[in-house]
Write a protein that binds this ligand. Structure first.
Ligand SMILES: C[S@@+](CC[C@H](N)C(=O)[O-])C[C@H]1O[C@@H](n2cnc3c(N)ncnc32)[C@H](O)[C@@H]1O
Length: 194
């Protein structure tokens, strides 16, 4: 079943990190212009679901990209309300290192105004970041959580800034998930313009 298989996406750390992102982005982005969002490593689409459900940020469309085709199909189930409304949401199986951020055409989209990657710790290759044009809005998260899949993790927000240099940083911070034991971890976030 969908929820059974993806229970990790509903873990407190996952949802808490995405709500934090929504709160800070809502304070940062212009509140009147509908924008196009591309989410890299978007998994099963919980972030687009939360952005849309909060009904604060005006959205033109959201595109989600993930290497995992099954996760990508699930993202369209979770965000079906917006798939149905003229593809305001659509998810694609794709390597984000191969995306052209100046050409939304293959994805029935405009070029993205905002590029979000909350899976940076999973991506050893940073070509996707190098390919983002200067001036574009970027939202990045990473974590110090110690698991084998985290092949590109950082241990501080300063390290995240070094890894992903931005020309303007509008928000930088960390959120501590204190479980009172060794599973506690920090999540780091940058919001700015490349
Ligand atoms: C475990 S999930 C997401 C964890 C993360 N904390 C989150 O929810 O934002 C990481 C996702 O990144 C995807 N991924 C890793 N490398 C990728 C790449 N080069 N292009 C697209 N997706 C990628 C994986 O397929 C996986 O679905």
């Amino acid at each position: 079943m969908l929820l059974e298989l993806e229970k990790d996406s509903f873990a407190s750390g996952q949802i808490g990190s995405k709500l934090w992102l929504c709160r800070e982005l809502e304070k940062t982005l212009p509140s009147t212009t509908p924008l196009t969002y591309w989410v890299l490593g978007g998994w099963i689409g919980m972030l687009p679901f939360l952005i849309r459900s909060r009904e604060v940020l005006p959205v033109k469309s959201i595109r989600s990209f993930d290497l995992d085709g099954v996760a990508s199909e699930k993202a369209e189930i979770i965000n079906n309300l917006w798939v149905w409304q003229e593809w305001q949401f659509k998810s694609f199986r794709a390597d984000c290192n191969e995306l052209d951020f100046n050409d939304g055409g293959p994805f029935y989209s405009d070029a993205p105004d905002v590029i979000i990657n909350t899976s940076t710790e999973h991506m050893p290759n940073q070509k996707w970041f190098e390919n983002i044009p200067e001036g574009r809005w970027v939202v990045l998260q990473n974590t110090d959580m110690k698991i084998d899949d985290h092949v590109n993790k950082v241990t501080s927000v300063e390290q995240l800034k070094e890894k992903f240099p931005l020309s303007q940083t509008h928000y930088s911070g960390e959120l501590y998930f204190d479980y009172g034991n060794e599973t506690s971890f920090k999540r780091f976030m940058l919001i700015g313009q490349k």
